[in-house]
Design a protein around this ligand. Structure first.
Ligand SMILES: [Fe+2]
Ligand SMILES: [Fe+2]
Length: 483
């Protein structure tokens, strides 16, 4: 059995590398869930293009050196499967009260509720983003971008399968109920919304999509990394494989924003515009001005920060103590992995001022993960700014202060500028359109969202990518649209 773990069994209806054909009960539960999933995909997955042939990658192995195969697939025929990274021999719980004990192959009874909740929350985000992005195919700036959107969508669908497998295999009846609920909630629905705020927001245009995949999928990356450390081994193995797929989602975001910035700079240069803040002149060129890109960045970064929860959190401490959710790169951190006497600096609001306070490291774990996230975010900003400076402009994109535009945590009740200056409500109302996309900004971007479906063509507001997917040439037909 272990020899075959790298390869995926495609003989069952549900492709897998967990030997489902010998696990009748779980196979039956998953087969029972499958029609509801397909119904959900038809109702809430990409709007249109379901009969188009899309050049997608499908996982056929979990070997990090080569796990994907590219081919034309109709999205409803995509082989959503259950794929776990190989089991590490003699793996131990890498942190918390059970540090050093053998990792669990079954759910530890005392932590069952906590574990189930974390799996459900992670699972809920996966279909949510598909729902948020469902209308974007119709305005794709190229077949290349359309293909990337659909790749992200089918993989988020697979991530839902990944969490549903854990629920159905390890949590019995209430796991099955939770699996059904994951298909019932809807992003942005008034009565039955998705569980987390950012996943109920709209993704109105392609710039938002790129920001979402850069900033919000990156929150997903951080959460998956900390769950990949889990002492509950099946969760760890599931998340480790999901991370290999997730990397492409953030690539789509990073290169997407980079291409928008590139195109704007080229157009400004060609028109002899020296001041990137000359918004009207830049927009007249049919490209997105840098200040508007900054506003979109401010919005998506601040929404994504909220996903980390309160800076100081006993839930986070409990999940760590229990050995369920670790830190980013836990096993590479050089400490006792128990954090009983450690502290961690947290930005807090004290007497109307933002100050750094040392908190017990255990309760500050959300803050720590968020700091790791911010560091990870900075890398893309540096690359985008390189594009701007290479074009000869001294405009710089930057991350807003963590107190800016927050709905969760220390700063949820105050108003702050992107530089972190606290301001009153009146100032906020007067100036917020300088910092967040206004209705007018949204209307302008929407006016650019005209689909381009010619092979090798690109909308005039975005540059072509440097290289194609799977090394395909620029004139490759990534989506064969049905007529
Ligand atoms: Fe995902
Ligand atoms: Fe993702």
């Amino acid at each position: 059995m272990n020899v075959n773990i790298m390869n995926v069994d495609y003989s069952t209806k549900i492709p897998n590398n967990v030997n489902l054909s010998a696990d009748r009960q779980v196979l039956k539960a998953l087969e029972g869930w499958h029609p509801g999933y397909i119904d959900w995909w038809q109702d809430m997955g990409p709007d249109g293009f379901q009969q188009s042939l899309v050049y997608l990658r499908t996982a056929y192995s979990v070997d990090p050196r080569g796990w994907a195969k590219f081919d034309y697939v109709r999205m409803p025929d995509y082989r959503w499967g259950i794929l776990l990274a190989p089991q590490e021999e003699n793996r131990v719980v890498p942190f918390g009260e059970h540090y050093g004990e053998p990792a669990w192959q079954e759910v530890p009874g005392e932590h069952r509720a906590l574990l189930r909740r974390l799996i459900v929350i992670q699972g809920d985000t996966e279909p949510a983003s598909v729902e948020q992005q469902r209308h974007l195919g119709k305005t794709a700036p190229s077949l290349y971008d359309m293909r990337n959107l659909f790749q992200v969508n089918v993989e988020e669908g697979r991530h839902l399968w990944a969490m549903v497998y854990l629920l159905q295999k390890y949590f019995g009846r209430d796991g099955r109920e939770e699996a059904d609920e994951l298909l019932r909630r809807r992003s942005g629905d008034a009565d039955s919304p998705r569980m987390l705020g950012a996943f109920n927001e709209k993704t109105p245009d392609w710039l938002s999509f790129f920001m979402f995949t850069y900033f919000t999928d990156r929150d997903g990356k951080m959460q998956l990394h900390s769950l990949a450390q889990s002492g509950f081994d099946p969760l760890s193995r599931t998340c480790r494989f999901m991370l290999t797929e997730e990397a492409h989602h953030m690539f789509v975001g990073e290169t997407g924003i980079s291409r928008v910035v590139q195109r704007t700079c080229e157009a400004m240069k060609a028109a002899g515009i020296d001041d990137p803040a000359d918004v009207n002149r830049v927009r007249a060129l049919g490209v997105i001005d840098l200040p508007t890109i900054q506003k979109k960045l401010n919005l998506h970064y601040s929404l994504s920060l909220d996903l980390f929860g309160s800076e100081v959190s006993t839930n986070a401490a409990n999940a760590f103590n229990a050995g369920i959710k670790g830190r980013y790169h836990e096993s590479q951190i050089n400490d006792d992995h128990r954090l009983q006497n450690d502290t961690y600096p947290v930005l807090k609001l004290v007497g109307g001022e933002i100050v750094r306070v040392d908190e017990p490291a255990l309760t500050a774990l959300n803050m720590r993960l968020r700091d790791d996230y911010t560091q990870d975010c900075v890398k893309g900003i540096l690359r985008w700014n390189k594009v701007i400076s290479t074009a000869g402009y001294d405009y710089r994109l930057k991350l807003p202060h963590v107190a800016f535009h927050r709905a969760i945590g220390e700063f949820k009740d105050v108003r702050a500028t992107p530089d972190g200056v606290l301001i009153d409500d009146a100032t906020w109302s007067r100036r917020k359109d300088e910092w967040l996309p206004s209705r007018g900004d949204g209307d302008f971007i929407a006016s650019l969202m005209k689909p381009v479906t010619e092979i090798g063509g690109f909308a005039p507001w975005i540059s072509p990518p440097k290289v194609g997917i799977d090394n395909k040439p620029g004139d490759f037909e990534y989506v064969k649209i049905e007529t």
